[in-house]
Design a protein around this ligand. Structure first.
Ligand code: C2E
Ligand code: MG
Ligand code: MG
Length: 391
């Protein structure tokens, strides 16, 4: 989602850092540039709804960048920031508008944080970006819900579990992209709360599934940030005990990149979670750069091949080679290998031939809220004939 992106260009790193922090607190993600020439080089590859430009910079100054952006037919709004007097800011605004740029506001240095925050909140509202206040509301009032996507055993076709995926239906903006609000929760200190909300709903839902199919696993995504908190394993255990949920039926998914960020610290927490009986899964595998040795030492029981390889595997030879080698690697390490992003039957069949254990994707089901997911489970179970076998 480009609406949530901001680019900040100022030769003073203290300013870019300050602006980024304020922007992230409002709910944006931001990239800092302290070199105007590097910014101009990177610009064509980036997309952002707002660019914040300092006027006085070595290399290309703010006016030159303004000309550059106008030549590039920049669609983003532009905000100027400067230590020079107000008149210069005023003429810059006129110049920018006459060149067809959309001006989002002017800021005098030293930066007034409250004024910057207000300008950013206004920008967020006009661009359909939710703010952190919206997220707080959503977390407090039960607007954050969970959708469930099944994991099937490829050889038998039976459902073996489901992944819990957070959903946010914003009152005015509609569905907010989970990657956007998860990142927002991470940068603003709300990831713990978001995870708890998802976790509690997921466990409750999974308890309901046991009447349909016994021992289905529920998988919850864990942000790598949480792997710095030693109390996490105990809190997870307590929630399960309070709700009478068996730990063996819980899986926690952590992205490959997340695990590798601070491998030694993550390891202690992950090992404690594993000791308490829950399963661990490496998500989005193939997108990070973990070594075999690191992987081997970690207490994971499952790897999930990133959907970017799976979805395209029959169209691109390289993707197929990557999927196949991850499957062989996983099997040789006795891991359960799951392919995500299975969108058609041909891919499912190819995965079966390669020996992949489990699959997840739109071909099986789109993530569904409760009670739709339970209904889907009932129907699928009935079609598979398993309920007959069970009597
Ligand atoms: P993920 O954990 O890798 O989840 C799989 C994503 O792939 C989901 O996107 C799912 O809807 C999508 N997907 C599933 N099957 C298919 C398919 O066949 N084709 C395509 N194109 N996509 C498919 P979603 O729900 O948008 O979530 C995106 C990411 O946000 C998740 O990726 C996960 O990393 C994160 N996320 C979601 N909920 C939570 C949460 O409660 N906590 C944390 N920390 N992260 C979460
Ligand atoms: Mg996941
Ligand atoms: Mg994934």
């Amino acid at each position: 989602m480009t609406g949530g992106n901001i680019l900040i260009v100022d030769d003073d790193p203290r300013i870019t850092r300050l602006v980024r922090r304020v922007a992230e607190k409002v709910g944006f993600s931001a990239i800092e540039f302290n070199d105007s020439i590097k910014f101009a080089e990177a610009y064509p590859t980036l997309s952002a709804s707002l660019i914040i430009l300092d006027l006085n910079m070595p290399g290309k100054d703010g006016i030159e960048l303004l000309e550059f952006l106008a030549d590039q037919r920049c669609e983003s709004r532009v905000m100027f920031i400067s230590g020079v007097d107000r008149r210069v800011l005023g003429t810059t605004e006129q110049l920018a508008e006459s060149r067809g740029l959309k001006v989002a506001g002017m800021l005098q240095k030293p930066v007034d944080v409250a004024q910057l925050r207000n300008l950013l909140v206004d920008h967020a509202k006009t661009h359909g970006v939710p703010t952190v206040d919206d997220l707080d509301d959503a977390l407090d009032s039960g607007i954050i819900t969970v959708a469930y996507q099944a994991k099937i055993d490829i050889s038998s076709g039976l459902v073996v579990g489901a992944e819990a995926l957070a959903r946010w239906e914003h009152r005015e903006l509609g569905a907010v992209n989970p990657e956007l609000f998860v990142a927002m929760a991470e940068t603003t200190g709300r990831i713990d709360m978001l995870t708890r909300v998802v976790f509690e709903q997921a466990i409750q839902a999974a308890q309901g599934w046991s009447a349909i199919i016994p021992n289905l696993c529920v998988a919850v995504n864990l942000s790598p940030q949480l792997l710095a908190d030693m109390s996490l394993p105990d809190r997870i255990e307590k929630t399960m005990q309070d709700q009478g949920f068996p730990a063996e039926n819980l899986k926690l998914e952590i992205t490959e990149r997340g695990v590798m960020q601070d491998a030694s610290r993550s390891m202690a927490i992950l090992s404690r979670i594993r000791l308490k009986g829950a399963g661990l899964s490496i998500d989005d595998f193939g997108t990070g750069s973990s070594s075999l040795v690191q992987l081997y030492r970690m207490p994971f029981g499952e790897i999930k091949i990133d959907r970017s390889f799976v979805t395209d595997m029959l169209k691109h030879r390289e993707a197929e080679v990557i999927v196949n080698s991850i499957i062989q690697l996983g099997k040789s390490m006795n891991l359960c290998v799951v392919a995500e992003g299975v969108e058609d039957e041909a891919v499912l069949n190819a995965l079966r031939d390669m020996g992949c254990d489990q699959a997840q994707g739109y071909f099986i089901n789109k993530p569904l809220p409760e009670p739709e997911f339970s209904n889907w489970l009932r129907e699928r179970d009935w079609l598979s004939g398993r309920s007959n076998e069970n009597g």
